[in-house]
Design a protein around this ligand. Sequence first.
Ligand code: CA
Length: 239
Amino acid sequence: MNVREDANRPSILIVEDEAALSLLLTYNLEAEGYRVERCDRGDEAELLLAESPPDLVILDWMLPGVSGLEICRRLRAREVTRGLPVIMLTARGDEGERIRGLSVGADDYVVKPFSVPELMARVRALLRRASPERIAGRLAAGDIELDRETRRVRRGGREIHLGPTEFRLLDYLLEKPGRIFTRAQLLDAVWGMSAEIDERTVDVHVGRLRRALSRGRETDPIRTVRGAGYGFDEMFGRA
Ligand code: CA
């Protein structure tokens, strides 16, 4: 599997304190090609979610630390994670709990014990709904458009010429507007896990990408967060 495909695989965070269930889900999700991370505490999950939000969360209701319900509520309160698909797992099945789960913003709600194929189907459906661009092959924000099939980038209709590295970098950043990636994360995703490249290389290519994208007084869509990394400004084109 090449680096691009790997970076394009949707990532899923499983937050579940039943070890056997967590393992079973990890195994099945990885078999379907997802990147999986898991943790068994609510407070840990909050740290992971703040650091690097996945493409989808499978969230148990009853957890040590912070409850799944509370985590979901907090995810919905933050701009960056407002649209993050959440599937809530619970042992409780009565209608009142179901409504509470959905009212804090869970996208779906699965009662234990559930069938794994059914959960897989729900994961696929939610990801399709949340990121149609994975299928469309086209990303856009404000006046910037990136077409994965023709490998063309345009801003306000004019063609932007990018080198292959800058193209991959923009593709990766554009996929998750608002998310800040560390230089190490960008090296892994854009250059590949095994790349032995100095992290300053990232700065050089981000600089080139910026110069290519913005002419004159055009707004710079790339955010630099000192001590953290780079991201595509989620407010770009909206202000
Ligand atoms: Ca539990």
